[in-house]
Design a protein around this ligand. Structure first.
Ligand code: NDP
Length: 259
């Protein structure tokens, strides 16, 4: 048990975030859990041993995210780990006017939401010269997949942002960990119409992601088999990538952003 560990997780009401919460609760951590669906956060908190503070907050709302962070800091002190995991995904097509809103939503949550999550904690982490900022990106950020331009671009942006932050904070005592999961069985992947190689259950993914966080990996793809795929994808010349991926099945589009 690591009694003193304090962990803040966004997107903790479901999927990978909830699995990370279960993982760290088993290790005796004090948790700050952020997501919009309060009922799910309450049910999760009730099922976990140890101290859990829940914050029904939308990470697009900078003021609400900052006030959740201030509450956690005042009650428990500086967190050891902040995991920006909240994310959304949907297909989009540039020619469809209604998909412009989808792109905005995906970028607001997946990229700007990450910045809004880290910002309120940075001062205390730098002052103590301790702490880990973890961004959940994706293998989808490595190449642009047809029909998923917004999601792939948001994850590529997250990877680049996290790299900038890591270098900015070099020597500060604060680590930045970029994590790229492959496929994980969650609500996000439930309706994917294509094969999902090396699919992980959420609890297994959380264990592997937490191991990479323990090791302060600057960048890790989970599982490692997907890491090999990611390397191959990166090496694939454009003409070969274009041919191989032109006709793959696509993520369903959302016709309206409801949440
Ligand atoms: P889920 O859809 O299962 O969970 C997403 C979580 O994000 C929920 O807790 C949701 O809670 C929260 N969330 C969504 N929008 C907001 C918002 N505006 N403010 C606060 N919280 C929000 O997805 P996963 O668990 O699969 O995904 C988690 C992360 O992992 C995402 O960043 C995703 O891109 C990434 N990822 C997932 C992969 C997979 O195969 N599943 C693969 C690679 C990366 P609520 O609705 O209550 O707000």
């Amino acid at each position: 048990m690591e009694q003193s560990l304090k962990v803040v997780i966004t997107g903790a009401s479901d999927g990978i975030g909830a699995a990370l919460a279960r993982h760290y609760a088993e290790r005796g951590a004090t948790l700050g859990l952020i997501a919009r669906r309060e009922d799910l956060l309450q049910a999760l908190a009730a099922s976990l041993a140890g101290t859990v503070a829940i914050y029904p907050v939308d990470v697009r709302d900078g003021a609400a995210t900052a006030s959740a962070a201030a509450d956690f800091l005042s009650r428990f002190g500086r967190p050891d780990i902040v995991i920006a995991n909240a994310g959304v995904s949907a297909g989009n097509l540039t020619g469809c006017s209604e998909d412009v809103e989808t792109c905005q939503w995906i970028f607001d949550v997946n990229v700007i939401g990450m910045v809004k999550t880290f910002q309120p904690f940075l001062e205390s982490m730098c002052a103590d010269r301790r702490g880990v900022l973890v961004g959940i990106a994706s293998v989808a950020g490595i190449r642009g997949l047809p029909g998923s331009g917004a999601y792939c671009a948001s994850k590529a942006a997250a990877i680049a942002y996290l790299e900038s932050l890591r270098v900015e904070l070099r020597g500060s005592g604060v680590s930045v960990v970029t994590l790229c999961p492959g496929y994980v069985r969650t609500a996000m992947t439930a309706h994917n119409p294509y094969a999902m190689p090396f699919l992980l259950e959420a609890d297994d993914a959380a264990r592997r992601l937490a191991r990479a966080i323990d090791q302060r990996r600057a960048y890790a793809v989970v599982p490692w088999q997907m890491g090999l795929v990611a390397r191959l994808l990166r090496l694939l010349p454009r003409w070969m990538f274009d041919r191989a991926f032109a006709n793959v099945k696509r993520k369903p589009r959302r016709t309206a952003v409801t949440r």
